[in-house]
Design a protein around this ligand. Sequence first.
Ligand code: ATP
Length: 588
Amino acid sequence: MRDFHSFGIDTCRRTAGRIKTTCPQCRETRRNKRDKSLSVNLDNGKFLCHHCGWKGYAPDETELRERRQKDEYRQRMHQLPSHFHRPVFDPTHLSLSEKTGHYLVLVRCLSESAIRYLQITEQEEFMPQSGEKENCICFNYFENGELVNTKFRSGQKHFKMVKDAELIPYNIDGILNTSECIVTEGELDAASFITIGRKDTVSVPSGANSNLAWLDRFIPTHFEDKKTVYIAVDEDSAGLKLREELVRRLGAERCRIVHFGPGCKDGNEHLVKYGADSLGICLAQAEEIPLEGVFTADDVSKELRALYENGMAGGAETGWPNFDKYCTLELQRLMIVSGRPGDGKSEWVDELVIRLCLRHEWKIAYFSPENMPIIYHHRKLIEKLTGLGFNPHIGMTEELYEQSVRFLTDNVCHILPGDEDYSIDTILSKARGLVVRRGIRILVIDPLNRIDQRLPQGQTELQYLSSLLNSLSRFATHYHCLVILVAHPRKMNRNPVTGITPCVEMYDIFGSSDFYNKADFGIVVERDDKKGMVRIHIDKVKFKHLGSPGEATFVYNVINGRYSPCEESTGDNPGPANTQFDNKNWIS
Ligand SMILES: Nc1ncnc2c1ncn2[C@@H]1O[C@H](COP(=O)(O)OP(=O)(O)OP(=O)(O)O)[C@@H](O)[C@H]1O
């Protein structure tokens, strides 16, 4: 329904088609107050008065909801998060000692104007590494001109930041509304580029750490408008990882890589060795990310050498020893999970992704209409995270509740497209947005049959499923994500003699053998209520460095939804044995 009412337009109780009605703008001034001079298209929302020329557009409910959400989002973005400690800026520390001034200007070759612009200060500060007070250069992190954090750096190269203060990019105000920006790996490198006149430079706050959670808040406000982003981080192995993640988050098509030449690992070293003009040349010669889809061994030479020297590493572990023994996980892969209805596919996938998130900081996006309303799903996830039932009681304190909500806010999002547009294109386009804005690493689609099946003309269902699986694999590869697809099996008939429904196999998945063929990991969840246990069949692990087929058994805890590893005893008492219960709180 479109909101014509807020424009004062009387739609004569019609909801579709075109109508003519009186114009609320000019009606009172007209001699014939009943003249229906306003044409209204109830379908597309447009209206026009043929008398006074008043025209406009009435949005529908979805648009209104989206606008409201966008406004709320913008407002939230403008408010600095309140749960962080905010230090107070003391301008009396701005006058630097002769020694520090000498170090910054003559040793590090920074211009005085850059030092002033960045409001670098100096003070004595207790440094935990030495256990005593040391004289420090203070790199102050401002946002909207307000001090948000400070990095203290002593002469002995001890570092610390303000306790409980927010991590934000250094000099973030410098890139507001600019068309380009430079991203460096340290404050001195940022100051080097500012020295050569590029105030549009930020530094990552925590060195070559590839967890870029601090970036999320700034993507829509400070990075989305950039045409070119120069990645000017260190050229060592940690810097390469950081570079890779920055490129993934900011988009390869607009990133250019700055190289500092032989013998220089970063921007400041280059400035010191070769001077400002030469650093400017490095920027001008920054290379584009190689043409997508065309590779030579030279394009991947560093990765190839690392593989040659170190061999294939296993993938990410889940912390379930009986599962990790067979299967470890990797980004850029597609996992398909099946099992009989109600056997616990969603429950098991939830725990799997929570474990990966806790251990490897892989943030999660769900498309899971079955888990609606979202708060029911949050409840289940909080039970798994805390190991406790979801209601206020002695263990589940208010503080733990708040911590859990914060964890979910930071690490889990749900994709629920407006207008119930559940097509694969829409879901993947939202997921793409979440890779950029929130750095998600896992996309869960649970279950497949809730995706709208839109068969283009002439396409068979088999071809449709094959192309859908291709889209998911492509998404996983391109956006460095683990994609997990939950798919139901065909109808499994009970054995009329034993009354038992047979266990599902990957080839039983409804619709196509491609589910088995195209999966990198094929998992079947089997709930055995008779024995009080759950079997996880690892039916396929495509790459041998990640594992091989096998089976892991678990006991399901109905209170907190956790899966505890166990062995299967087959003697007189068939059922779980040696169960490794774990009801600890995982968040702390
Ligand atoms: N091993 C188990 N023992 C007891 N209850 C379980 C077990 N596994 C799952 N459940 C419960 O069964 C219900 C269904 O679980 P879940 O939604 O994970 O199954 P599913 O296989 O994804 O189902 P569907 O095929 O309908 O999507 C949930 O309420 C869950 O808590």
